[in-house]
Design a protein around this ligand. Structure first.
Ligand SMILES: Nc1ncnc2c1ncn2[C@@H]1O[C@H](COP(=O)(O)OP(=O)(O)OP(=O)(O)O)[C@@H](O)[C@H]1O
Ligand SMILES: [Mg+2]
Length: 230
């Protein structure tokens, strides 16, 4: 059985992750590869239900630990029902956010002990670690301005036909609504991960045009995965 490649997109709000995940998938498909595009939180029916709960701006106050366990539960289901089966059948999996977002939002910029998150990651992710992580880097102010603009635009298509389309609320979700300092910290956190794990991570400049970012992403995929795959 040939295992496929697991590629994740990470970065702050509005950096262009969803745009680039879709573009990379299209390019891989044009090159003749089988691709599964998915996202977190969510990506499987059960995890999408949890996503609605996790991102609900009206949700009752709950502890950071309770939230971290919800993310872990969603990820476990997503891995079991979508990511691992796709990789095991030799497909590329392109995932819009994954465990680095947990490390950064809940750990680096949040209130959960990083050691606890590491333990959860070990239990949930096991050896299904991304082969390549693209960190789309952008100043927090610019990303937030883009995300705010998008709130007035029509809802984006769901990333996979298996994921039910949901009307996007005109309210920012719970994370988008946090203050600028929080978002600056997120940016630092993603860059720190990329610095600590250069063999897995590539940072691309999200301020460039979507076409230029897509080229940088493709360069990374070719250099790190396609060349290696032969
Ligand atoms: N390189 C770019 N230059 C300018 N605008 C862009 C670029 N890439 C994406 N956008 C626009 O910015 C907005 C945010 O992009 P996108 O939804 O891809 O970001 P995201 O990182 O997935 O955001 P979120 O974290 O909120 O899911 C969208 O309206 C998109 O069309
Ligand atoms: Mg997105």
């Amino acid at each position: 059985m040939t295992a496929g490649w697991f590629i994740t997109f990470e970065g702050g709000e509005g950096s262009g992750k969803s745009t680039q995940a879709k573009r990379l998938a299209e390019r891989l498909i044009s090159a003749g590869h089988d691709v599964t595009v998915t996202r977190e939180p969510g990506g499987s029916p059960f995890a999408e239900r949890l996503r609605t709960l996790i991102l609900d701006p009206h949700i009752e106050k709950h502890s950071p630990l309770a939230e971290a366990l919800l993310f872990a539960s969603a990820r476990a289901d997503h891995l079991e029902h979508v990511i691992r089966p796709a990789l095991n059948s030799g497909r590329f999996v392109v995932c819009d956010r994954f465990s680095d977002s947990t490390r950064v939002y809940q750990g680096y910029a949040g209130r959960v002990e990083p050691r606890l998150l590491e333990a959860l990651e070990l239990i949930v992710v096991q050896n299904t670690k991304p082969d390549l992580t693209i960190v789309v880097d952008i100043p927090a102010e610019i990303g937030l301005a883009r995300a705010a603009l998008r709130l007035t635009a029509p809802p984006p298509a769901a990333p996979s036909e298996k994921i039910p389309k949901q009307p996007r609320s005109l309210l920012a979700d719970r994370f988008e609504a946090r203050d600028l300092e929080f978002h600056k910290k997120l940016r630092e956190g993603f860059l720190e991960i990329a610095r600590l794990e250069p063999q897995r991570c590539v940072v691309v400049d999200g301020q460039k045009s979507a076409d230029d970012v897509a080229l940088a992403v493709w360069d990374a995929v070719e250099a790190r995965l396609l060349t290696e795959a032969g």
